[in-house]
Design a binder for this molecule. Structure first.
Ligand code: AMP
Ligand code: MG
Length: 481
């Protein structure tokens, strides 16, 4: 199998990683190959079906691969860890996809590395399939994301709190794996030469036009702020909760990365938290825009000496960018909300129109996804929201205000941006439970629905329905460890 690797990270960034090999696995078996993504990458999917077990388990290194573990640091729940790094992952190389974009191929769950900090370097079946599934859901929604190319079972039992679980490895494709925490790793060691080299590399790879800007590093900071603000706005618009927005889990490319304890919210409540380890609700749904800015402040700190030789002026420049994050986020969110509501153009009162609906949704704990989707019917039918909204009567006033603002063909527009299918927690759990029992049918069916979440199809009615009452109140998600 030819991958035509071109490993720029290994070549240009010596000292930013450790050369490393995947641990041997006893009996690798290819569970799923993402044929759609393989096609995008210009790979021969049929051949990968045959050879994928060896390649995607790290057992056989494809020609031209250069496996390495990347160094990074990060603020975890607000506290700084100077050394994290790929503790259970290996970048195996970079390929150029059909549209000319450089993409990383990474094995996740491939064994211990020098960054493992006492953990085993392994991954288990449930979290691997969960990351695969949620990544595909995000891709289907048009949200920038890393994606799974393959999932393999290793044939090795992995010990976790719950007992022995089946081992698995995910092959992840990303625009790059450079994180806010990658900059922090070198900044924390006062190695500004390496911070500069990493910034030059990241500019060339992700924002090449900025190399010509009068102040390229400041322009880079601004571009990352913009990409991440856009990303978080998109999460908010679909009710996605990342769950662990540590600075090591925020990609410079603006892709969603590291699907651990993430989940989609059903009934709207800004305080919603599913992660079992997020005891203070730091990464609650409604906090995500604030954490976005907090994380970008940490990136600004790491880059500070690159902005200006004078510390005071450097801080002023960083603060000028940071001061725009709230407005950038808000503008993207409002633009997205106008589309969700099917509004024509932009008017002064649109924000309060949106906020009044959200307030009513919160009072009723109305299902985020179905409320917006049913607005398409509410364009003409007064009763359309009744099935998802206990207090539909209180909405009559809102509906008439809203209808005056509708764009032509509003119903069609609303359906085009508000999904009918999301990765609902109970369906994800159901698919993972079946996979543990050896049946990938529900997993495939769910991915099939999520690959085109805006088109309602006969036979998928169950996947559009919220969880049984009470399910999400007690639902907890866990990190993949
Ligand atoms: P995460 O919370 O998954 O983003 O991981 C945070 C840090 O813990 C990263 O440095 C991971 O590589 C590391 N890590 C997580 N799980 C494991 C594991 N099973 N073995 C080794 N390192 C791990
Ligand atoms: Mg991580």
């Amino acid at each position: 199998m030819t991958f035509r690797f071109d490993n720029s990270y290994a070549r240009e960034l010596e000292g930013f990683y450790v050369d490393w090999q995947a641990a041997p696995v006893p009996a690798p078996r290819l569970l799923r190959l993402n044929r759609d993504l393989a096609g995008d990458l210009g790979l021969d999917a049929d051949r990968l079906e045959a050879e994928g077990a060896a390649i995607f388990s790290g057992k056989r290194l494809p020609e031209g691969a250069h496996p390495l573990a990347q160094a990074y640091a990060g603020h975890q729940f607000g506290g700084f860890s100077p050394q994290l790094g790929d503790g259970r992952a290996l970048l195996i190389g970079e390929v150029t996809d059909r549209s000319g974009r450089r993409r990383d191929l990474q094995l996740k769950g491939s064994g211990r590395t020098p960054f493992s900090r006492g953990a085993d370097g392994k991954a288990t079946l449930g979290p691997v399939l969960r990351e695969y599934l949620v990544g595909e859901a995000m891709h289907g929604l048009g949200i920038p994301t890393t994606r799974a190319l393959a999932a393999v079972a290793t044939g090795e039992p992995v010990l976790r709190q719950a007992g022995e679980l089946p081992g698995a490895i995910l092959t992840r494709v990303a625009a790059s794996h450079i994180r806010v925490g990658t900059f922090q790793f070198f900044a924390a060691r006062s190695d500004m030469e390496r911070v500069r080299r990493l910034a030059d590399y990241a500019i060339a790879r992700h924002y090449p036009a900025l190399a010509e800007a009068p102040e390229p590093y400041l322009a880079f900071y601004e571009a990352v702020a913009d990409a991440q603000a856009d990303l978080v706005a998109r999460w908010m618009l679909v009710g996605f909760i990342h769950g662990v927005m540590n600075t090591d889990n925020m990609a410079i490319s603006g892709e969603t990365i590291d699907y651990g304890p993430c989940a989609f919210m059903e009934g709207f409540e800004p305080g919603t938290v599913f992660s079992s380890i997020d005891l203070q609700g730091r990464y609650a749904y409604g906090n995500q825009p604030f954490i976005l800015a907090w994380n970008l402040a940490r990136l600004g700190e790491a880059l500070l000496p690159l902005f200006d030789a004078d510390a005071g002026r450097a801080a002023e420049k960083a603060n000028a960018v940071l001061g725009t994050v709230g407005a950038r986020y808000q503008a993207r969110w409002l633009e997205g909300m106008r589309a969700k509501l099917g509004l024509a153009g932009a008017e002064e009162g649109d924000l309060s129109l949106a906020e009044d609906l959200l307030a009513a949704m919160q009072r009723a704990r109305a299902d985020w996804t179905l409320t917006f989707r049913r607005l398409a019917d509410a364009v003409t039918e007064d009763e359309a929201l009744r099935p998802v909204f206990q207090e539909a009567d209180t909405l009559q006033n809102w509906l008439s205000r809203w209808r005056r603002r509708l764009a032509p063909e509003a119903a069609r527009r609303i359906r085009a941006v508000n999904p009918i299918y999301i990765a609902r927690n109970h369906r994800v759990e159901e698919a993972l439970a079946a996979a543990h029992a050896g049946d990938l049918g529900p997993f495939d069916r769910l991915i099939g629905a999520l690959s085109d979440p805006f088109t309602e199809r006969a036979g998928l009615e169950d996947l559009a329905q919220p969880a049984p009452a009470g399910f999400n109140e007690g639902y907890r998600t866990f990190c993949g460890t």
